[in-house]
Design a protein around this ligand. Structure first.
Ligand code: NAP
Length: 230
């Protein structure tokens, strides 16, 4: 059995490859049908991970929205929504954020060693704080999640976190949704930053599926031999 969860990366980008706007305004890239598809994927996972900047900027709830899917999870003996996970160096997170206050599932904050004290003080009542080393070791983090019973992990962004998972080879599957408009402002965040990736001109990723969902396109890539399995 593998020591880490099956890892699925998921995000939406503009036609010019951005996953947010340059302003603080939250940019909605998907449409309702695609949000429902994402909800289905969320419901199939044991945990959802986002970076601390996404928690601060978007204030996401990270819950399964569909009553039917919540009910199916409960019937399987699970919580209605998956465990919520974030990573931080500075632990400058607000315990009143939706990440910490909504839903019935556990929240886990993987925190760089230097900020564990403040993290426990600020967030200890709302989340499990894990000392994740200095610097945070993503391989260790995924192993720890696996030991906590997470066998399927969804990583929902942002760019910083997605880049690290891709660079570290901790990605079995990528769901990339392309929205039909441009952001046109290089101050916005691209889907991935600079990095060394296993997939380059000589090592092309395998495109497993292309799906039209209303006005967006879902590109589904198999990034590892484990693709599709657990
Ligand atoms: N279009 C989409 O599908 C989508 C999805 C999600 C997010 N987004 C957008 O993405 C933007 C945020 O992306 P981002 O790239 O700026 O940030 P991010 O990836 O959400 O978070 C980055 C932060 O996470 C923490 N972090 C990441 N890796 C770490 C490590 N190895 N060790 C310790 N801490 C670590 C750090 O937090 P601290 O600063 O606390 O130390 C870092 O500043 C938002 O605007 C959001 O709207 C878009």
């Amino acid at each position: 059995m593998s020591e880490r969860p099956y890892i699925l990366l998921s995000c939406a980008v503009s036609l010019d490859g951005y996953l947010n706007a340059a302003s603080e305004r939250r940019l909605l890239l998907s449409n309702d049908a695609d949000f429902d598809r994402v909800d289905e994927v969320r419901a199939s996972c044991d945990a959802i991970l986002v970076g601390a900047t996404t928690v601060r900027r978007d204030n996401p709830r990270l819950l399964v929205r569909s009553e039917a899917r919540r009910g199916q999870r409960l019937a399987r003996g699970l919580t209605a929504s998956p465990v919520k996970v974030t990573i931080t160096r500075r632990a400058e997170l607000d315990a009143s954020a939706a990440f910490f206050t909504t839903g019935d599932a556990e929240r886990i904050v993987y925190c760089e060693s230097t900020a564990v004290g403040p993290a426990v003080e600020r967030l200890g009542a709302a989340a499990t704080i894990v000392d994740a080393g200095a610097p945070v070791d993503l391989h260790g983090l995924t192993k720890d999640l696996h030991a906590r019973g997470v066998s399927r992990l969804m990583v929902e962004g942002g760019a910083n976190v997605l880049t690290q998972f891709l660079e570290a080879g901790l990605a079995d599957e990528l769901h990339l949704v392309v929205a039909p408009f441009f952001v046109g402002d290089s101050r916005a965040r691209r889907f991935v930053g600079d990095g060394q990736f296993a997939w380059d001109v000589d090592h092309r990723a395998s495109l497993a599926e292309v799906r039209k969902i209303g006005d967006v396109a879902l590109l589904r890539y198999a990034l590892a031999a484990r693709f599709g399995g657990e």
